[in-house]
Ligand binder design. Structure first.
Ligand code: ZN
Length: 408
């Protein structure tokens, strides 16, 4: 027999439970991230000023509508992040959020395989119901990510062998009838035109033709969104590298024009994209490193998809371009003699929570003041490679420190 008091207790408990359930239903996860999807359009070898010229002439209205902003690629000259401004390393950064010291795609060799987690893998592992596709005109991209294809992290991998029409049509088809949560589509024609003719009417024409193909893809997406009003699509457009001045035939080196890229998107961007840092720590290349970078694409897409990667396992160098920024300009320098690592960063927004620092997955500091640096003097022996992650406003950003970093 239950006593009255006990029954009242149970009733109270049930009432509390019901109230909690109701609260969760009303206030809890009101955003259903499983209806959030992303389309990333990569256009090879588009130099920023040439894109602006095409936009100003009215020849690239579709890209223009995504408000492309200048970014940089190729890592930081003279550090372990430096990578050639070729397509292999460039697309590896776009699709991993990391530089060559992590992804290890140092050239256009299609035999290379990425050595860090890809966007495809992170999306795929976040939920068994999420599906990804990589549809590329330049085949070596899907070769570099072949391990993702064999592991099923990329469920649909299509190589179009330089045929942009094939990549466009396949993407349109998948948007019409497929059920992908993330599609990467790569178009190659501007890079081809640049290598063939340099800057000039042929290159401008290639940008205009590519813009029309992106238009076909976005028309298909528009139709899909009308039929599936609950889907919320992030659309991003970017490139893998710029081109060498003055003629635009080539790329691969570390000039400002070759390292200049762009990112456009269909959502309001945060200050990382819209308000470049005017006095970056490294002022080289006329302040290029104050801009957003190609490593920022991955965290932006993860943010839109609501994928919160555990900060203890976080290894992404970029910063999200939507929502909270986290810290910007994160840098690290190792003093091997003193056995210290100095971390530096910029904060351009407030936070109610302390800033947290992780070294190799372990929480090593919580800072409540507006610090912009931290010195870690508790380094393991040997130092080897250390991944640091700084979490601010619940946004993680990582940087890799190595005692074998060769300055190139
Ligand atoms: Zn090229």
């Amino acid at each position: 027999m239950y006593s009255i008091a006990r029954l009242c207790g149970i009733a109270l408990l049930l009432g509390l439970l019901a109230a909690l359930l109701l609260k969760n239903m009303l206030l809890g996860d009101s955003v259903d991230f499983h209806r959030h999807k992303a389309l990333l359009i990569g256009v090879d070898g588009v130099q920023y000023e040439q894109l602006k010229q095409a936009i100003d002439a009215g020849h690239a209205p579709v890209i223009a509508a995504l408000r492309p902003m200048m970014t940089y690629t190729g890592g930081m000259v003279g550090t372990a992040t430096q990578q050639t401004t070729f397509s292999g390393p460039g697309w590896a950064t776009v699709l991993t959020g990391a530089w060559a010291d992590r992804h290890r795609i140092a050239s256009n060799d299609s035999g290379l395989r990425i050595k860090t987690d890809s966007l495809f893998k992170l999306i795929s592992l976040s939920s068994p119901t999420r599906h990804t596709a990589s549809i590329v005109s330049w085949n070596p991209i899907n070769d570099n990510f072949a391990d993702d294809i064999s592991a099923g992290f990329i469920e649909l991998g299509v190589k179009c062998g330089g045929d942009d029409q094939c990549a466009t049509e396949r993407t349109v088809q998948e948007l019409r009838t497929g059920n992908f949560d993330f599609i990467f589509v790569h178009l190659d024609q501007p890079d081809d035109a640049g290598h063939e003719n340099g800057f000039g009417p042929g290159y401008q024409d290639a940008i205009a033709k590519t813009d029309k193909q992106i238009g076909l893809i976005l028309d298909a997406l528009g139709k899909r969104k009308r039929e599936n009003a609950d889907e919320d699509w992030l659309v991003m457009v970017t490139t893998d590298h710029g081109r060498r001045l003055p003629d635009g035939y080539d790329h691969g080196e570390q000039s400002r024009s070759e390292k200049t890229a762009f990112i456009g998107l269909n959502k309001p961007a945060n200050e990382q994209l819209t308000q470049p840092i005017s006095d970056p720590d490294n002022p080289a290349l006329n302040g290029l490193y104050g801009l957003a970078s190609e490593a920022d694409v991955v965290p932006t897409i993860l943010t839109h998809l609501g994928i919160n990667t555990d900060p203890q396992r976080y290894t992404i160098d970029g910063v999200p371009l939507i929502g909270h920024v986290g810290v910007r300009q994160l840098g690290a320098s190792l003093n091997a003699e003193k056995r210290t690592v100095e971390l530096r960063w910029r904060v351009t927004e407030g936070s109610k929570q302390p800033l947290r620092i992780y070294r190799a997955g372990q929480l090593i500091a919580k800072l409540t003041d507006s610090s912009s640096q931290y010195i870690d003097s508790d380094l393991p022996q040997p130092i080897g490679q250390l991944n640091y992650t700084v979490v601010f406003n619940e946004v993680p950003v990582s940087v890799l420190v190595s005692d074998k970093s060769v300055k190139r």
